[in-house]
Design a binder for this molecule. Sequence first.
Ligand SMILES: [Mn+2]
Length: 274
Amino acid sequence: MSAAAVTVAGRTHAGQVRTQNEDYIGQDLDIGAVVLADGMGGYRGGEIASAIAVNTILDHLREVLPGTEPGEIDPETGITRQAMAARQAIVRANETIYKTSRSQAQYQGMGTTVVLAIFHGNRVTIGHVGDSRIYRLRDNELDQVTIDHTLLQELVDRGFYSPGEAKATLNKNLVTRALGIEPTVAVDIIEDVVFPGDIYLLCSDGLNDMVDDEDIRLVLRSYGDDLEKAADELIHLANEAGGRDNVSAVLVKATGIPRPGSRSWVRRLTRWFQ
Ligand SMILES: [Mn+2]
């Protein structure tokens, strides 16, 4: 089996204001996969959409990943099997949510973000849609690995606003991409080399809207040897700051990874359309 040895701790909480929790998290350590989704939509639609996303993705990966080698390249496309599997799994989740929302009136318009990480060998393959994030703590520095699919981020990218101006001016929760809204979806895929001691954090916006990056960094630095405690502390900080949204955090630490000779790199693959 090709999955990397990883330690995982996940938490999800409704927060201090909302009665329902529309976030959903899942993992399958046999295939090295962790997933987090933040759903939206009336009459339990958000809960349904995020649960479908996580379960469809894990089911698909359980079908296609066993038997693949870490970092195995598909000769036809030149990209890793794990990157192809991540993209296919997210596309399949999109289709399932879209069909469900079209076939049942009460679920019309439901959707969800998703972030997925597959750990294999000394690599991680990440797929994401929407504004749920992945951060990485390495040598006590915290980096945001994913780029939000939000109106705010798009306008900053195009130079209309500085990040500070945009945060003050715009509704920062306007997501420009989500699963279940359109029949097709563009998936961002990122591959990263994992170093011993790296900690990856998957989170919903209920965490990073409530807790500054610096405070997230301090928690991971302080409790990095006890992921369960670190996850509890992140949820606690979000709730203490007001807990205005559902809040989820999944922490992953890769163990038994040989330190690669080359410098770290992040490879951002082309945006894939169905
Ligand atoms: Mn949210």
